[in-house]
Design a protein around this ligand. Sequence first.
Ligand SMILES: *Cc1c(COP(=O)(O)O)cnc(C)c1O
Length: 377
Amino acid sequence: MNEWIKLSLPHKSGNEMKWIEEAYRDDWFVPLGPAVDEFERRLQRFLGTDRPVVALSAGTAAIHLGLIMLGVKAGDEVICQDLTFAASANPICYQGAQPVFVDSETDSWNMSPELLRLAIEKRLEVTGRLPRAIVAVDLYGMPARLDEIRTIAANYGIPVLEDSAEAMGSEYKGVRCGLWGDYGVMSFNGNKMITTSGGGALICPDEEAARRVKFLSTQAREDRPYYYHKVIGYNYRLSNISAAIGCGQIETIDSRIARRREIHRIYSEHLADVASVTVHDNVSADYASNFWLTTILIDPACGLTPDQVRLQLLDRRIETRLLWRPMHLMPVFERAPYYGGGAGQALFERGLCLPSGSSLTDAQISRVIEALKDILG
Ligand SMILES: *Cc1c(COP(=O)(O)O)cnc(C)c1O
């Protein structure tokens, strides 16, 4: 019986225990500690930025605090990419605000700048107000058309939060993803580029904002000898032990990014002669995806839906996944305004995510390719 090939598993560097043992030896079990500071410094160095990075308990927490920092409040509207994971949109609702979903363009699969402009104009017409913020996403590691999105947003004076949870190491026009918005989001969930066994980070515009984010993420305790609160706080800071895992993980980040890109290259090369398969690729030289997941589109003319392909691969002990389902098709968001022409839905109906974890061997990738050729060739 063949071994299981999974979509995207955590990949140990081998140095995690050294960091954890150090934290253990020095009794740093508490939420804050030296590993948190060190992890933040290393993230900042990795991004090549002076902007402060605050380590948090999840990417979702980072989105939530980013929206709070941008002043999103009950009754506001926030524009969000339609084709994404629900975690991009849920924190909008935590704030009592209303998500407004904007469809993708078919080349990057991310937010269409034209539809973004249309959505802003329409909301202004309908509500008399501008949306409070824009959540742009770099889906599967592919950068969005970030310069255009930023220019449009700036023309209306609307801030941008870049959800780059899947895009650690991706670059657009030579600048790392996460640095394109007023705030940027990273995720260290178990299936992402690196993991802290659950965690995230918020890239802030300046030190003052970072101090505020740290304050809000540690229960918003005012600096007094007794507990005293003026605003609502959150328990969103990353624990020192989780940060220790992150310090061990980030040591090997460059090779992890290189391996995911290599896996994408192998798939592209070997699936090029399968007529019904198109491997999603960088749109132009401006784009440098980390290829967190290699994704393909399957031509409906082949007679198989992505889900039928998924089930046949599952029989061979190969795990794949359908694309993110557009948010406006979710029962929980069915009343939210949506601007688009169904591009995201069309992608969802044709797309499949292939096993892409950096720990996969060439032999395992070959097995996936052979299976795909057998099913679709
Ligand atoms: C993973 C992910 C998140 C959430 O990150 P968590 O660390 O799991 O909370 C947000 N947005 C996108 C697009 C993601 O893929």
